[in-house]
Design a protein around this ligand. Structure first.
Ligand SMILES: NC(=O)c1ccc[n+]([C@@H]2O[C@H](COP(=O)([O-])OP(=O)(O)OC[C@H]3O[C@@H](n4cnc5c(N)ncnc54)[C@H](OP(=O)(O)O)[C@@H]3O)[C@@H](O)[C@H]2O)c1
Length: 242
């Protein structure tokens, strides 16, 4: 079950957190995995040392030319996991134009550009798997995460729109929407016991998730066993979106 031997995967934002665990699990199941991150080639390389059968693919998804640079490093892949994102916390009317652009470009536009870039290779093989990583904020309203939530909701809509168009080519595309998950992104916030307690009180399951709670569903969606799932959303949030 879930044998990805012979498959190649690109996971964006795989140098830490949820993306790292997704990359690790796909590799554990036989895929050759490209580790993407923006900050440095060195961080990508250090990550690869922790994941056998992985290769670095350093590129900043905010820079359009880097999409081509990324493709040059990976060539066609069978599995594309669009996990990288940027989040700013501010009241809805306090974001700068630049902060608006950065969130939309990383969380939405780069997903569109990457799907366009990689889909032809998948079509040629008659097999492909695309997973977009969303967020509980694409459902819930959060006063300081409005633009982030909007970018994720639009990405979810894109996933649904493209699913019927790609299905005839053997390509599935699905969205996985995590709730609160303990990663480097929120380590500082979660270190505050009052913040943690307040957050946990909003989660019906009563606890913050780990990247290990998210990655297995992505593995399913990327496998042969997931071939009949497309245009779906899997909420993995301990009930937070309900
Ligand atoms: N953690 C949560 O509670 C939570 C909840 C809901 C949804 N999510 C979603 O889950 C995904 C992963 O979240 P996380 O908490 O694991 O994030 P994280 O700890 O902040 O890690 C973000 C990753 O994205 C990469 N990245 C950032 N900007 C990039 C860019 N411009 N180009 C390429 N890569 C870039 C980073 O790489 P470098 O550091 O190497 O640049 C890093 O590997 C995101 O889509 C997030 O929105 C997370």
């Amino acid at each position: 079950m879930f044998d990805l031997t012979g498959k190649t995967a690109l996971v964006t934002g795989a140098t830490q957190g949820i993306g790292f665990e997704i990359a690790r699990l796909l590799a554990e199941h036989g895929a050759k995995v490209f580790i993407n991150g923006a900050s440095s080639q060195q961080k990508c390389e250090v990550t690869c040392k922790k994941i056998p059968n992985s290769k670095p693919a350093w590129a900043n998804l905010l820079i359009e030319e880097d999409i081509d640079k990324l493709y040059e490093q990976t060539k066609d892949v069978d599995i594309l996991v669009l996990n990288a994102s940027i989040q700013y916390k501010k009241e809805w009317n306090e974001f700068t134009n630049e902060e608006y652009d950065i969130q939309m470009n990383c969380n939405l536009k780069s997903s569109y550009l990457l799907i366009k870039k990689y889909v032809d290779g998948m079509k040629a093989k008659g097999w492909g798997r695309i997973v977009t990583i969303g967020s509980v904020n694409q459902y819930n309203q959060h006063s300081q995460l409005s633009l982030y939530g909007i970018s994720k909701a639009a990405q979810k809509k894109m996933t649904e729109n493209f699913a019927p168009l790609l299905a005839p080519y053997g390509i599935t595309i699905n969205n996985v929407a995590p709730g609160a998950v303990s990663t480097p992104r929120n380590a500082e916030a979660l270190a505050d016991p009052d913040f943690k307690k307040a957050l946990e009180s909003k989660i019906p399951c009563g606890f913050i998730g780990d990247p290990e709670d998210i990655a297995p569903s992505v593995l399913l969606l990327c496998s042969n066993e997931g071939r009949y799932i497309t245009g779906a959303e899997i909420k993995i949030d301990g009930g937070m979106s309900l």
